[in-house]
Design a protein around this ligand. Structure first.
Ligand code: BQZ
Ligand code: CA
Length: 668
C-alpha cells in the first residue's frame, strides 16, 4: 500500500520506465524523472502521535483564568471531554510548549462564508482547517511507518468497528466534545451533516451524494452511529471522512436555516446562512474567527472548548491568536522569506530560485526543503453533454467526449516548454493524467505518455472530421460547424496557472484549436469548478490519494467527477469507476497497488483530462516556530497545514508576537 519515504525516493530517482507485461506494450513511456526531494525523517507508529485518555488534572492558557473567574467560562475540566486527545511529547521535536503569541498566515483566498457543510470555503491556506474538525484525520500520516498505515487516524471518531460482512461501520464519537459556544457535539451533528448535506443533492457539499458507498445512516445513541453500505467496504473508504469531506458543522445553529426543517428557507438561503461578515461562527477547531476585515485580515482567537491536550494536561492550542492576512499566494512566500509571515507552501516555481537562494543564508528566518512532485496542473474539458448551454456548446462537448480529441490536445502540448516557462531549471516534469509522481500509488510503467507531436495531433483531429472548412486557420466542428473555440476558465491571481494557461492556448493554436481564456478570481473559480459550470477549466489539482477530494478526479457516485456531473459515462469511465470502487473497498496493499495501476492506465491512455506539468514544493516555516517537524511535506495525505499539526506548534515567550486582542475569546 503506502510506501515509506525511502521507497518513494527510490521510485522518484532517475529511472527508465519499465513496460509491465500485457499493459501499454505499444504506448509511449514517461520520460525519466529526476527527484529534487531532500526530505528525510524518522517514521513512527500511529499511536506515537496521539491517543485518547483522561489525565488527573488539566491546565489552560493563563489568559483564560480571568474568564473562568468571572464566570464567562466554565472551568477547564468541564470544557474538556471525558477522554481528550492527548498529544505525546515523544513525537514533539521541541516538546511541550509555552502558551501565547500569534501564528501569522498570509493567504491568497478570501472567506466565501462559514457554512462549509454547504461547500463554502473560508479562504484556504489553512483557515478552513483551523475552524473545521473532521471525523478522522489524514495530514499527520506522512510520519507513520508503512506497516502501520492501516487507515486514517481517529479524530472526532474515536474508534470504529466493522460487522463480519464489512457492510456496516459502527462509529464511536468522542464523548463530551463541545462547540466553541459551549453546545454539545453529538450524533445529531453528524447525522445532520450526512443526511441533510451530503445525501441531500440540493446541497453542494464537498462529499457528493452516494459517493460514500451510498451508505445509509443509523443513529444508535448520542455518541454512536452506523453507516450501512450497499456492498462490502474496508478501512480505505473511512479516509473519505477526513478534511475536507467529513467535517460536521453546528446543527444547533444550521438546522433552522435548512429547507428540510424550515419551510421559509431555500437551499440558497441555507448556503448563505453563515455569511463571512458575521463573526464569530460556531466551530470545533482550535481557533475561532473573531474579526474579518475584507481583503485585509482575519483574526482568530483560541477556542476555549478545544478538545485536545498535551501529556502534561495543558489544553491546546499553544498559540492564543492566528492571523490570516488576505493578500496573494505569491505574497505568502515573499512574507515567509522576509520573516513577516510564519508559514508558506512555496508552490509558485517563478520564485523558487530566488527564495531558495535567500533561505540558504544562515540569518534567513526560514529554511526551504523540497519534497517529491505533488503539485500537478490540468486542463479539464467538460464531458457532460446534459449541462451544455446551447447547441454549439453541446456539439463541443460531444467532441470533448471523443478520446481522439483529448489525445490530440495532449499530443499538441510541448510540456517541456510549459515547464521552462514556469521556471528555468529542473523543477517541472510532464504530467499527463492520473496520480502525481509523488503519490505512493503512482506507477510510471502504467502511464501512457503522449509526447509532443503536432503531426499526430493534426492526424487525430483530421480523423474526427474537425477540419478548417472555412480556411480561417481554426478547425471547425465536424460537419462544417462553427470554429472550435474552447472557453477556458482559470485563476487569474495564480501566476503558475496563468502562465501555463497562456502557453497551452498558444500551443493549441498551432494545431488549429483556439482557446478563449477567461481569468476569474479564485472564489468564483472554485465555485464553477465544483459545480461543473464551465466548458473547460484549467487548474492545479494534486492527485495523491484516491480518497481525497474524490469528486475532483474520480467517477465516484452518480454525480462525480465535477467535469462530468450528469452521469453520462464514457465506456472507459465505467471501468475506472469499478476500479475506484474496488480500491476504496479494499485494504489489501497489493490489490490496491494493482487497482491504482489500472486507474493510472485508464486515465492516461484515454486522456481523461489533459495534464501539463507537475512540480515539487517546499514548506517554509519561520524558525521561531517550535515543533514544526523537520521533513513535513507540503502535501502528502493532506496539505502541510494539517500535516504540521498546528495545535501543538508554539513559540518561546521571548520570541512571541504581540497579540491584537489579548485576553479575549469569541463571544456568543
Ligand atoms: C494550501 C491549501 C490549503 C483548494 C487551495 C486552493 C483552492 C483549491 C486548495 C495551498 C491553497 C494553497 O490551495 O494554494 O498551498 O495552503 O490552500 O487548503 O488552490 O483553489 O480549491 O483545493 O487547497
Ligand atoms: Ca475555421
Amino acid at each position: 500500500m503506502v510506501r515509506s519515504m525511502k521507497t518513494m525516493k527510490r521510485a522518484l530517482a532517475v529511472s527508465t520506465a519499465i513496460v509491465a507485461s500485457g499493459t501499454l506494450a505499444t504506448a509511449d513511456q514517461m520520460p525519466p524523472e529526476t527527484s529534487l526531494s531532500g526530505l528525510e525523517y524518522e517514521l513512527i507508529g500511529r499511536g506515537d502521535i496521539y491517543s485518547y485518555g483522561s489525565l488527573d488534572s488539566y491546565n489552560q492558557a493563563p489568559m483564560l483564568d480571568a474568564l473562568v473567574e468571572s464566570g464567562a467560562l466554565p472551568p477547564v475540566n468541564e470544557r474538556l471531554p471525558a477522554e481528550p486527545i492527548i498529544f505525546k511529547s515523544g513525537a514533539m521535536v521541541d516538546g511541550i510548549g509555552e502558551y501565547g503569541g500569534v501564528f501569522r498566515h498570509v493567504i491568497g483566498g478570501r472567506p466565501e462564508g462559514w457554512n462549509w457543510m454547504a461547500g463554502q470555503h473560508q479562504g484556504w491556506g489553512g483557515i478552513n482547517m483551523a475552524m473545521q474538525e473532521c471525523l478522522v484525520r489524514q495530514g499527520p500520516r506522512w510520519q507513520v511507518k508503512a506497516e502501520e498505515q492501516t487507515g486514517p487516524l481517529p479524530n472526532l471518531a474515536q474508534s470504529w468497528t466493522w460487522n463480519v460482512d464489512s457492510t456496516e461501520l459502527t462509529v464511536n464519537l468522542m464523548q463530551g466534545v463541545k462547540w466553541s459556544d459551549g453546545d454539545d457535539f453529538d450524533v445529531e451533528d453528524v447525522r445532520f451533516w450526512y443526511e441533510d448535506n451530503v445525501q441531500d443533492e440540493n446541497v453542494a457539499s464537498r462529499m457528493a451524494k452516494d459517493s460514500f458507498g451510498a451508505a445509509n445512516f443509523e443513529v444508535i445513541d448520542d455518541y454512536t452511529f452506523k453507516f450501512v453500505f450497499q456492498s462490502p467496504q474496508a478501512e480505505t473508504i473511512v479516509e473519505n471522512l477526513a478534511y475536507i469531506q467529513g467535517c460536521p458543522g453546528p446543527s444547533h445553529i444550521l438546522k433552522d436555516a435548512h429547507p428540510t426543517y424550515n419551510s421559509d428557507a431555500t437551499y440558497d438561503s441555507y448556503t448563505q446562512a453563515l455569511p463571512n461578515d458575521v463573526v464569530p461562527p460556531v466551530v470545533l477547531g482550535a481557533w475561532v474567527p473573531v474579526v474579518h476585515r475584507p481583503d485585509e485580515l482575519v483574526i482568530m482567537r483560541r477556542n476555549p472548548y478545544y478538545f485536545k491536550v498535551d501529556e502534561a494536561g495543558n489544553q491546546l492550542p499553544y498559540f492564543n491568536e492566528m492571523h490570516f492576512r488576505l493578500s496573494t499566494w505569491g505574497d505568502r512566500t515573499a512574507q515567509a522569506v522576509a520573516g513577516t509571515g510564519d508559514f508558506s507552501n512555496m508552490e509558485d516555481p517563478g520564485n523558487y530560485v530566488e527564495a531558495l537562494k535567500q533561505s540558504q543564508d544562515e540569518n534567513s528566518p526560514v529554511r526551504a526543503n523540497f519534497g517529491p512532485r505533488v503539485l500537478s496542473w490540468r486542463l479539464m474539458l467538460n464531458l457532460d453533454p446534459a449541462s451544455a448551454e446551447d447547441d454549439t456548446d453541446r456539439a463541443m462537448r460531444d467532441l470533448f467526449r471523443e478520446t481522439d480529441f483529448r489525445l490530440a490536445l495532449s499530443h499538441a502540448l510541448d510540456r517541456d516548454a510549459i515547464g521552462q516557462a514556469l521556471a528555468r531549471g529542473p523543477f517541472a516534469y510532464p504530467y499527463v493524467a492520473g496520480f502525481s509522481t509523488g503519490s505512493p500509488y503512482y506507477d510510471a510503467g502504467s502511464s501512457d505518455f503522449q509526447p509532443f507531436d503536432q503531426d499526430r495531433a493534426n492526424a487525430l483531429l483530421d480523423g474526427l472530421g474537425a477540419t478548417d472548412t472555412d480556411g480561417d486557420g481554426v478547425r471547425n466542428l465536424p460537419g462544417g460547424g462553427e470554429n472550435i473555440v474552447i472557453t477556458v476558465l482559470h485563476d487569474g491571481g495564480a501566476n503558475a496557472d496563468r502562465k501555463q494557461a497562456e502557453a497551452v492556448a498558444s500551443q493549441l493554436e498551432e494545431v488549429g484549436i483556439r482557446m478563449n481564456l477567461r481569468s476569474l478570481d479564485q472564489t468564483t473559480m472554485d465555485t464553477n469548478r465544483t459545480s461543473g459550470q464551465y466548458q473547460a477549466l484549467f487548474a492545479r489539482l494534486p492527485v495523491i490519494l484516491p480518497t481525497r477530494e474524490v469528486c475532483e478526479t474520480f467517477p465516484a457516485g452518480a454525480n462525480c467527477p465535477f467535469f462530468n456531473r450528469g452521469g453520462n459515462r464514457l465506456p472507459f469511465e465505467a471501468e475506472l469507476a469499478s476500479a475506484y470502487d474496488a480500491f476504496v473497498a479494499s485494504s489489501d496493499a497489493a490489490e490496491q497497488a494493482e487497482l491504482a495501476k489500472q486507474m493510472q492506465r485508464l486515465m492516461t491512455e484515454n486522456a481523461y483530462y489533459i495534464g501539463t506539468v507537475q512540480i515539487p514544493a517546499a514548506l517554509l516555516v519561520n524558525k521561531r516556530i517550535r515543533n514544526a517537524h523537520p521533513g513535513t511535506p507540503v502535501f502528502m495525505y493532506e496539505w502541510a497545514e494539517d500535516s504540521v499539526i498546528r495545535e501543538r506548534l508554539w513559540t518561546p515567550a521571548a520570541e512571541q508576537e504581540e497579540e491584537v486582542l489579548p485576553g479575549t475569546v469569541a463571544e456568543y
